[in-house]
Ligand binder design. Structure first.
Ligand SMILES: CC(C)(COP(=O)(O)OP(=O)(O)OC[C@H]1O[C@@H](n2cnc3c(N)ncnc32)[C@H](O)[C@@H]1OP(=O)(O)O)[C@@H](O)C(=O)NCCC(=O)NCCS
Length: 147
């Protein structure tokens, strides 16, 4: 059964809410490694869709979706706030963007998964493809799922 989480909302690139998501992403995906976003890392945001989930006006999770081609979508920047991890929110956000991608005609989803998150994505039906690689200093693998 899907737990009852707040609804997921799409927000516009460049809006004040988009800036809040960037801060949230930076806090949990870059700052722990002593990094901040570079302009190059933020460039794909311009043609991505941005989704957030919040409670009491605080972001508790976010995820981005980018259409790479007519039939291939990319899941990007999935983050759940530490206090909310392990409660199904990451799976809820992932299923949401899978449905959004399907609605846009995508037949498969691709992502660059941090190695420690591979078991999470595997539970959701993703499979590792190819050799590992380093990104922002962290081991990653490409993962794919048929939608
Ligand atoms: C990875 C992340 C998004 C997972 O979100 P979450 O809300 O904690 O995951 P869920 O609670 O939805 O987990 C779904 C299932 O995956 C499992 N799971 C989650 N993270 C896992 C991990 N690192 N290793 C093994 N299993 C994991 C859960 O136990 C759960 O299993 P179940 O369905 O049998 O109960 C979250 O830990 C996070 O934000 N991490 C920091 C940012 C990050 O690494 N993002 C991904 C970059 S690729």
């Amino acid at each position: 059964m899907t737990p009852a989480f707040p609804p997921i909302r799409a927000v516009a690139y460049g809006s004040a809410e988009y800036q809040r998501i960037v801060t949230f992403r930076e806090t949990w995906l870059r700052r722990p490694m002593g990094q901040v976003f570079t302009p190059e890392q933020l460039a794909p945001d311009a043609d991505s869709m941005h989704y957030l989930c919040e409670e009491n006006e605080a972001i508790i999770g976010c995820v981005l979706l980018r259409m790479e081609s007519a039939e291939l979508a990319r899941l990007r920047q999935l983050v759940v706030a530490p206090d909310w991890r392990g409660r199904g929110l990451g799976a809820y956000l992932t299923r949401h963007v899978e449905a959004e991608a399907r609605a846009r005609g995508a037949r498969s989803m691709i992502l660059a998964g941090r190695d420690y998150a591979i078991p999470f994505y595997e539970k959701l039906g993703y499979r590792v493809e190819g050799e590992g690689f380093l990104s922002v200093g962290i081991p990653h693998h490409t993962m794919v799922k048929s939608l």
